[in-house]
Design a protein around this ligand. Structure first.
Ligand code: SF4
Length: 689
């Protein structure tokens, strides 16, 4: 029997755990004393591993390479040599015929690790010759990255998960941490126990709202109006830090003008909360000796998400709540390595280490290190994953190489996504399970899973942590980066790595931000937060320590935009708002957690549609009754779940379920900057079956 210390593969809290292995099988998970989890785990950490033992899997594990030679034909098991040859040949033909920008790639924000993401973006850029590489940050915290880069200079949490419990005020907006990051929720409870004021802005009375000092039960879709009203109060009531604003920020006069019309009184009806509540929230926030703003997808999955993130950064700038311990801005990243996928340049606009693809010097550096002609590099920003359905239908994108993502389950407006997939000539899926997307692939390349390989993850607070291999893979599968390397070599770009560390060291040598985060140091310290620019540095607990921001001028940028309505508002035909939310027992598309016996028992298909009893009773719907939920894009079966903790006029669905998939109903309305869809808001109706 042995114990292997690793990092949980589910959410960005980055909890460390020990997998106890006996005779090549995992027999249990125990909490380890990681920097972020301090010896605690949630249900997913304790019970989210038994798919590794090949128990009764709901979704088949991918065990060998498969090719489907004709659309609509059957998969055929092939050798690795044949799968690699065939895939490389098809990609080569498409590249020759339609050019490198006709091929799209994804990295993965799940259990594969940073090294693989680095290799995937290198494959796209150096081998195929395109910046068309992206990850699921696009559908979750893409607006946080764009909004914080523009205002503060870095698109990540300014502080640490550990800082949360020592902050004296937590402003939690659009973030249900109890369901999405339970161990982060523990920090919120600890902060409360230490006397922090908790302010929650959320349409639902979520768990955090139950312990909050103030709950602003806002209407869905009003975030920009609320954030502008917050800024209005800080300025009008003279609650802002004049000195800090004068010394460390820019744009105050324009900002003041832009929020002038957003008095709490003016937005009370629109937001659904009284002017007094809005004023009180900001009096509390401004008076706190240290205050932190935390948000989740209740902020980012809207058509106006980047503006709201900039507005939240503005509140921290106005009050000087940046650049020291226990303050700051905290977009808590969703999947366990979505921060890492971004860190590693699985973004269409940035190389690893957030270096711009449009900067000729940066391109020259990478071309030199990768041994390619700089003139063969793509000079334009690549496609985003949310643009692919349209680009495929219009004939601009012909091939899609998808690693560890399931867009046919997780993207908005699935009927549109399916049309996009039908228009593609060639789809390669590299994954561990036969997901909804894998079912539509032309080639399936089976990879090792978390537990079967090691590497480095980045948790939500910029912390690099090593995770270890616990068991030998049982099937004819390969490591993700090994598969990509074989494809690169077959395409005429010899790529060979001996191990993760070799990849990591190549990445470090090209990324000043991460240069000091060596494997050895991660082994010693357990958790290193970037920036870590020198071999001596232990990493950076909080950003902007000298109140110098990483913007072109070194100053924080104050920004406010007028509120824009969501794209589709309720009407007589579709009178309710649908908002997609999280479920505590399952993660993302459920391919991993759905194959864990203990987690499976928590909930079953079809998923629930949470309804306020008043809305349900008006429609003659009983609790637990099967119902149709329909939008202008589709119709699904679900089960009514009465819930008095939500607002009337809105219903809530989680997106883990294949039967009753809420993304059949959602719509795009992409944020114009981040291209993130508005999955938190569309119009639906609920009917009895
Ligand atoms: Fe920790 Fe998140 Fe894993 Fe739960 S799912 S154990 S909170 S990392």
């Amino acid at each position: 029997m042995k114990k292997v210390t690793t990092v949980c593969p589910y959410c960005g809290a980055g909890c460390k755990l020990n997998l106890v292995v006996d005779n090549g099988k995992i027999i249990r998970a125990e909490a380890a004393n990681g920097v972020t989890n301090q010896g605690e785990l949630c249900l997913k950490g304790y019970y989210g591993w038994d798919f590794l033992n090949d128990t009764k899997l709901l979704t088949p594990r991918l065990t060998q390479p498969l090719i489907r030679r004709q659309k609509g034909g059957k998969f055929e098991a092939v050798t690795w040599d044949e799968a690699i040859r065939y895939t490389a040949q098809r990609l080569k033909e498409i590249k020759q015929k339609h050019g490198p920008r006709s091929i799209m790639h994804t990295g993965s924000s799940r259990g594969t690790g940073n090294e693989t993401n680095y290799v995937m973006q290198k494959f796209a850029r150096a081998v195929i010759g395109t910046n068309n590489v992206d990850c699921c940050a696009r559908v979750c915290h893409g607006p946080s990255v764009a909004g914080l880069q523009a205002t503060l200079g870095n698109g990540a949490m300014s502080n640490s998960i550990g800082d949360i419990e020592n902050s004296k005020c937590l402003l939690v907006i659009g973030y249900n941490c109890a369901d999405s990051h339970p161990i982060v929720a523990r920090r919120v409870i600890k902060a409360k126990e230490k006397g922090a004021q908790i302010i929650v802005c959320d349409p639902r009375r979520i768990e955090t709202a139950r312990i909050a000092d103030q709950h602003l039960q806002i209407k869905n879709g009003c975030n920009m109006a609320l954030v502008n009203a917050f800024a209005h109060v800080l300025i009008e009531e003279n609650l802002y830090d004049h000195d800090y604003v004068a010394k460390y920020t820019e744009g105050f006069e324009e900002y003041r003008k832009n929020v002038a019309d957003y008095s709490p009184e003016a937005v009370a009806e629109q937001t659904g909360v009284s002017a007094q509540q809005i004023r009180q929230a900001m009096r509390t926030y401004a008076a706190a000796p240290s205050a932190t703003i935390m948000w989740g997808m209740g902020v980012t999955q809207f058509g106006q998400a980047v503006d709201v993130v900039k507005g939240l950064a503005g509140l921290a700038l106005l009050t000087g709540n940046l650049g020291r311990a226990n303050v700051g801005v905290g977009p808590v990243r969703g999947q366990n390595n979505v921060q890492g996928a971004c860190d590693m340049g699985v973004l269409p606009n940035e190389f690893p280490g957030y270096q711009s693809v449009t900067d000729p010097k940066v391109r020259a550096k990478f071309a030199d290190a990768w041994g390619i002609d700089v003139n063969q590099m793509d000079t334009e920003i690549g496609h985003r994953i949310t643009e692919i359905p349209h680009l495929a239908i219009e004939g601009h994108v012909k091939a899609y190489y998808i690693m560890g993502e399931d867009p046919l389950q997780t993207e908005a407006d699935l009927s549109l996504v399916r049309k996009g997939f039908e228009a593609l000539e060639f789809v390669v899926v590299q994954d561990i399970f036969m997901t909804k997307t894998a079912e539509q692939a032309d080639v399936i390349l089976p990879a090792t899973s978390w537990g079967e390989h090691g590497g480095v993850f980045s948790c939500a607070d910029r912390g690099f942590q090593r995770f270890e291999k616990a068991i030998e893979p049982k099937y004819n599968v390969k490591r993700d980066w090994e598969i990509i390397s074989l494809l690169a070599t077959e395409l005429g770009y010899p790529m060979h790595y001996n191990d993760n560390q070799e990849i990591w060291d190549e990445m470090r040598s090209l990324c000043p931000l991460f240069y000091g985060a060596t494997y050895e140091k991660m082994g010693e310290l357990g958790h290193i937060q970037w920036p870590c620019t020198t071999l001596e540095s232990p990493g950076t607990q909080y950003l902007y320590a000298d109140n110098r921001f990483d913007t072109p001028t070194g100053k924080g940028q104050l920004f406010a935009a007028p509120w824009r309505a969501p794209a589709e508002v309720p009407d007589d035909s579709y009178p309710l708002v649908l908002c997609t939310v999280r479920e505590v027992g399952h993660y993302s598309c459920r391919s991993m957690t759905g194959n864990c016996a203990a987690l499976q028992t928590l909930a079953d298909e079809p998923g629930f549609v949470q309804m306020h009893p008043q809305d349900a009773e008006a429609l003659g719907i009983r609790d637990q009754q099967l119902v149709w939920v329909a939008s202008r894009r589709g119709k699904v079966i679900s089960r009514a779940n009465f819930n008095e903790r939500i607002n009337t006029g809105a219903v809530y669905m989680t997106y883990q379920w294949w039967i009753g998939a809420c993304n059949e109903l959602t719509q795009e309305n992409l944020d114009p900057i981040s291209k993130t869809p508005e999955t938190k808001y569309c119009a639906v109706k609920v009917e009895q079956i």
